[in-house]
Design a protein around this ligand. Structure first.
Ligand code: SF4
Ligand code: SF4
Length: 453
């Protein structure tokens, strides 16, 4: 056997093995389309191997050499094509956001109340569009409940539970301070958060640009100035169940959202209390809602991930398939650095969420400036309008995002490669469409079978 036959044969064997592994992963992940397509590739390469090794073709040497050179060149391009990573660009002054203006606050104002009249007299520009959205039934309201009483009741119970936690977020710190080095404190807090259930956690300085200016919802007085002077923000992320998210925008997704918000509230309230017992001021920020700060940009600064086209944080491990939690504190800590993961570059090429969004709320084009930052700006009203039509928090964009794939060895390798190589990003965008579909179909989750008794 010549050198070219050996190298060509070895290349074919490796390629066939990789298709086999990919098929097995797709089977385990219940990705039907990707399973069939990768299996076809596997069987085709198996046939080529049989022809290669079992027949006596006159041009076998050239065939082996060609396969080896093509595959080697392909891999070299894939792994060593430099990527000039794009970053979030701050292009102007960032003013603090007024929580009264965010869409979730606006839809808590009840018609005929003082707050409703005060708000829309001050902000008449929102009135017409908001009234139009109000024609649709509220999320988790009776018209939606009737579609699936079991799952929607479960989600309603989760969100009601959160409502009862809203006043537990703060308290008085103990008089005696436990003094450790900031590095020790950080290590301990991250270990505690991991023990309580989150393995993605980062620390940053609390940038005042991301603290809301006025209270818009929750138990505190509407319109009150927010003074949150803590030095540090501890941000953590909880993975959402892949199967539940894959059923988006159906009922299981809001059950999963509620579950993760409850878990995030449990962790942040416990950790904030724990820090206060060590003698330092600390406040939990929980959904439901009692946030005093905007979480996604703090998640970026704490090194958890990057903002994506779909308008939320894409984490390094689970993509956007997470819910975030936040604790602010003066407990001395060591801050993490923001990470450059190449996600902004990937989103530039991908657009899958924009294509699949049922309300076309995600922009297909370039970033634009909003509040001093260049970013893809979501049409929040269009998005929320669809939530009220669906009766859930939709999450189709989260479900279809290539970064939302399972955190297994196979997808880890893809993420690592796309982090560094421009060619790998282009190839991944194409391969994701080819194997999983340009518009992936929703899947039924096992809890989705829990319908009306
Ligand atoms: S689907 Fe594509 S464009 Fe959208 S956030 Fe995910 S990677 Fe970015
Ligand atoms: S949640 Fe749904 S409607 Fe909103 S941006 Fe994502 S895909 Fe679009």
């Amino acid at each position: 056997m010549t050198f070219w036959i050996v190298t060509g044969g070895a290349s074919l064997l490796i390629m066939t093995f990789l298709f086999l592994v990919f098929s097995i992963y797709n089977l385990l992940e219940k990705e039907k389309r990707a399973f069939w397509r990768s299996s076809i590739f596997f069987f085709c390469s198996l046939v080529i191997i049989l022809v290669f090794f079992l027949t006596d073709l006159p041009f076998i040497k050239w065939l082996g050499g060609g396969i080896f050179i093509l595959l080697t060149l392909g891999l070299l391009i894939l792994f060593f094509s430099p990527l000039k990573k794009r970053e979030i660009e701050i292009v102007g002054d960032q003013r603090r956001i007024d929580e009264r203006d965010i869409i979730f606050s606006r839809f808590e104002y009840r018609e005929g109340t003082e707050i409703f009249d005060e708000y829309y007299t001050r902000k008449p520009e929102y009135k017409k569009r908001d009234d139009d959205i109000r024609k649709f039934p509220d999320i988790l309201s009776p018209p939606h409940m009737n579609k699936n009483p079991v799952l929607f009741s479960l989600a309603a119970a989760e969100f009601d539970f959160l409502e009862h936690q809203l006043t537990l977020v703060d308290g008085r710190e103990s008089g005696e301070k436990v003094c450790l080095a900031p590095s020790e404190n950080t290590r301990m807090i991250k270990a505690v958060i991991k023990y309580l259930g989150s393995d993605l956690c980062g620390v940053c300085l609390l940038n005042q640009a991301y603290v809301y200016s006025h209270v818009g919802r929750g138990p505190e007085n509407y319109g009150k100035d927010i003074e949150l002077k803590h030095k540090y923000a501890i941000v953590f992320a909880l993975e959402m169940d892949l199967e539940m998210v894959a059923s988006a925008p159906d009922a299981p997704v809001i059950v999963e959202t509620g579950k993760k918000y409850v878990e995030a509230a449990r962790i942040s309230i416990t950790v904030a209390d724990f820090i206060r017992r060590l003698g330092y001021p600390s406040r939990a920020h929980i959904a439901g809602s009692n946030y005093q700060a905007v979480l996604p940009p703090l998640g970026c600064e704490a090194g958890l991930g990057e903002l994506g086209r779909l308008g939320i944080l894409i984490t390094s491990k689970y993509g956007p398939r997470t819910r975030l939690g936040l604790i602010t504190t003066d407990f001395p800590l060591v801050v993490d650095k923001p990470k450059k993961l190449g996600i902004q570059n990937f989103c530039q090429k991908c657009q899958k969420c924009a294509r699949c969004c049922p309300s076309q709320a995600i922009p297909h084009g370039e970033k634009v400036e909003e509040n001093g930052v260049l970013k893809w700006v979501l049409d929040r009203e269009a998005c929320y309008r669809f939530w009220r039509k669906a009766g859930t928090d939709c999450a189709v964009c989260i479900s279809v995002c290539p970064y939302s794939k399972a955190d297994n060895i196979f997808h880890k390798l893809v993420r690592k490669t796309t982090e560094k190589s421009a060619a790998a990003q282009s190839f991944s965008v194409w391969a994701d469409d080819f194997f999983y579909g340009r518009v992936p179909s929703r899947r039924k989750s096992s809890i989705g079978k829990l319908r009306n008794p």
